[in-house]
Design a protein around this ligand. Sequence first.
Ligand code: GLN
Ligand code: ZN
Length: 781
Amino acid sequence: MTVTVATLGFPRIGPKRELKTALERYWSGKTDQQALLDVAADLRARTWALQAALGADHVPSNDFSLYDQVLDTSVLVGAIPALYGRTSGPVALDTYFAMARGSQGATSEDATCGPGCGHAHSLETGVPAQEMTKWFDTNYHYLAPEVTRDQTFALSSTKPIDEFLEAKAQGVHTRPVLLGPVTFLKLAKTKAEGFSPLSLLSALLPVYVEVLKTLASVGADWVQIDEPCLALDLTDFERGELRRAYGALTHAAPGLRLMLASYFGGYGDNLSTAVNLPVAGLHLDLVRAPEELATALAASPESLVLSLGVIDGRNIWRADLPALLDRLDSVVAQRAPDRIILAPSCSLLHSPIDLALETAIDPEVRQWLAFAVQKIEELAILAKALNQGRSAVAAELEASRAAAQARRTSPKIHDPAVAARLASVEARMAQRNAHFGRRRALQIARLDLPAFPTTTIGSFPQTEDVRKARSAHGKGQLTDAAYETFLQAETERAIRWQEEVGLDVLVHGEFERNDMVQYFGEQLSGFAFTKYAWVQSYGSRCVRPPILFGDVSRPKAMTVEWWTYAQKLTEKPVKGMLTGPVTILNWSFVRDDIPRSQSCRQIALAIRDEVVDLEAAGAKIIQIDEAALREGLPLRRKDWQTYLDWAVESFRLTASGVSDATQIHTHMCYSEFNDIIAAIGAMDADVISIETARSKMELLDAFVSYDYPAEIGPGVYDIHSPRVPSVQEMSELLTAAQQRLSAGQLWVNPDCGLKTRKWPETKAALVNMVAAARQARSVQA
Ligand code: GLN
Ligand code: ZN
């Protein structure tokens, strides 16, 4: 009887993003289906062998996906909307990709917004993709299942069985993973009104029973079923449905054991439901909810196998193994070893793959890190220590302890000047001098803008030329001076062009920026960057989040030179353009040794300095983008206010160092504001630009009922597709906006930045946008 090791899922994209390459080659018609399937099979084979070699006893299968595991589940149970034209039999690969990307698959990968923008990147023509949404509080996006009132389900794919057999043939006995029926239905969307997809549970369960039976018949003894909805607020009815579901599934096949997994948080008030479900095993996320170890031990039957998620599957930090063992000793004293499995807190899908590839990173920082491969190694060491005694892994434990100790005390991380500054922050620093009404009067007098002022969100097309120059500069093939000259020319062209079109408030175009977070992270102390630490965001799209490892400060001004260069070229006001602290935080791997709120305040102070410097250089308008503020909302409602309080305070701390006549803008690329409108109001920005084109301004209603006092630029132009909206279309949107808000409150701008668009369509659209604004002015006059 020994303690064993499990993983709940492994990254599927490949250490060198092999799957991305194969997918994109297939989509562009460069290779055939077989070539793609061969790459996928090879990745699976390598992944199974790797995990087994690293010491995982329970290796998952069916965690692989060509696009998304939720889409795989829709296909598995036959929830395929009629519009994809599938009749019966196995689902063709092209149907699968049509659900993922739309049938003309041109724009799915080119959202302007950063990771986690939450958009459904649908197409203008052809079959639209299914709606894409963020997976709980991660930056992974899944395709939302879509069901109808009279939805029927039927087993429509053999993927879980095929992959189990594929691994078996390779000599690896796997634990297949399925997304559970309750979470699946809770994530499902429907167009039918007054109908809850969860009411389809009875219709769905037989398909799950069939899958489980088949898996048992081919030799599976454990199946992992993921029900992360258990980390959310559930109603009594939903808890009852979970009991009903597992009451049915547990008897699906004699001898088959179910490991129920929830993650991204504790069970909280769902704990007693969870521990009493008739399943053989229960997984606990002990990184997010360490306190649940004791409660789960006490509350669960002794026969229940506990999967202890002690290694952080979401972050990149190396664990302090001796400290973890101190916690685990008491578990071993209370429960038989064969009732204990050690695991990462969640699927390793959300972690980069292998630190071994990361040879260029600062070696001091490197020794503090662990990616997916290293996390499995850590679990294997822990299991060995529990099974054979600590002396069996003495050297490994000592190395882990020493690294943790070094991290706790490193001067790279702890900057007394930052601590002192944070301690000296006073409440008034997060407050503008005057209230909005007074500021507005000063700003109007100073800026002298027409009614319905026009502007853009910041970036202009990042053309092939711009990317080439950046990459050549990065490789040392283009000198600093040559690169700078190139960027100056691009910036000047953008300024001239904006003047010609007649925009009122200009931007410099952000040509010098690789990414809205990375650009700042690279200039701030406390951030490290990787070469290969890619994490899947959706489909073939991967992101490489910066690693925020230490106290944050700003060695010198970051954007002032570019702003100054641009402003000198024109009489029109040029906006200073910054990324806000909450967005920088939410799109990075963050520290686990201090609260997120504290890192956020540090970033806020650094960006505040930049705001003040921009003002000193002459900027009259400064935009602080908070594209990712909403996505940082905690999973549980009871935790929302705490988050919003510190997020808003950080924004205000960033924005409030300037005089009342300086206009602060913010931008958010979504407009689901109903839940958080009070927080948006509390940010106290002078102008906010949001995305509203696709919702036809309906989403402005939140601002209306809240009586939002400040100015708003509701996007009149959807930048997610190359389509050029007509003057009339934008005029109609402006009229719709005026029905909701007063004319004096309105700005005219696109939904988001234009960096993924091409120049011709951008020019045509902005010419139309300016014409629409002029029309609105003439009607008003
Ligand atoms: N200023 C940024 C840009 O225009 C904002 C991007 C975003 O909101 N995601 O690119
Ligand atoms: Zn945006």
